[in-house]
Design a protein around this ligand. Sequence first.
Ligand SMILES: Nc1ncnc2c1ncn2[C@@H]1O[C@H](COP(=O)(O)OP(=O)(O)O)[C@@H](O)[C@H]1O
Ligand SMILES: [Mg+2]
Length: 287
Amino acid sequence: MFIRTEKLSYTYMPGTPFAVKALREVDLSVARGSFTVLLGASGSGKSTLLQHFNGLLRPREGSIHIDGAPLTYRRGELRELRRRVGLVFQEPETQFFSETLFDEIAFAPRNFGLSPLQVEERVEQALHQVGLTDPALKQRSPFHLSAGQQRLAAIAAVLAMQPRALILDEPGAGLDQAGQQRLLSLLQQLNRVAGMTVVVVTHRLEQIVPLADHFLVLHRGRLVLEGSAGEIFSQQKVLQRCGLSLPPVMRLMQVLADAGLPFSPAIHSLEEARREINRWQKKVTSP
Ligand SMILES: Nc1ncnc2c1ncn2[C@@H]1O[C@H](COP(=O)(O)OP(=O)(O)O)[C@@H](O)[C@H]1O
Ligand SMILES: [Mg+2]
């Protein structure tokens, strides 16, 4: 198991009248090479949980294990952890600080003490991975890129560390349809081709379900569901109680399943639904 939490609890501003219990005894695991989607209504603790995965937050109670060893939060260990587990914040472009795109991507590799040539290689590779291949872009201000390019640049800045896992907090938020699509195919490629472990918070279920093999659902700081698409989306009542709205196709499949027809609520796309309905129709109309 790559990441495992054990009774992880976290409270903001503990011991004050403003204390907020954001995570409550969360037990979960993320396998190496898996593609995990973290779901939950706003305020359910998703961002708080992600920040534990690369050591930005430290559990108040419970523990996190990476590669089987519990985190001890020593400085050297944290530095290594942040290199291995790259975290892309929500609206990451708000944290740009360099004058050029090149410098923005080069920041982490330079910090590792790589030679200028190695730094350049890392930058080239990261920009290539996210598809920002126009050489003119490198000397542009990262602030002057389009919204979609900025998001890709922020991901490239994390990829330049060559992490083994990529954790993304609502990476598609605010992007148009084309930007969303680009982003999803990038994540799919990083997971399937580069073998990277991906954990992502997103509300775009219809698009993400075919990519993901593992789902986690948080509700008010508790982990209420964990499993495959089939296991999660057959629990639509629970999901609704958690404040999650499901794509209409999934809801329709649930209605049909409730009526006793052989459809799985994990059918997430119109094309798949059409195929399944055709198959069923052939079966019931064949003599
Ligand atoms: N820096 C903070 N200080 C105090 N409370 C916070 C802070 N960040 C988040 N919270 C609270 O913790 C809970 C979980 O927040 P968060 O992890 O951001 O949820 P999500 O990402 O699912 O929307 C919410 O009640 C939120 O108001
Ligand atoms: Mg959040």
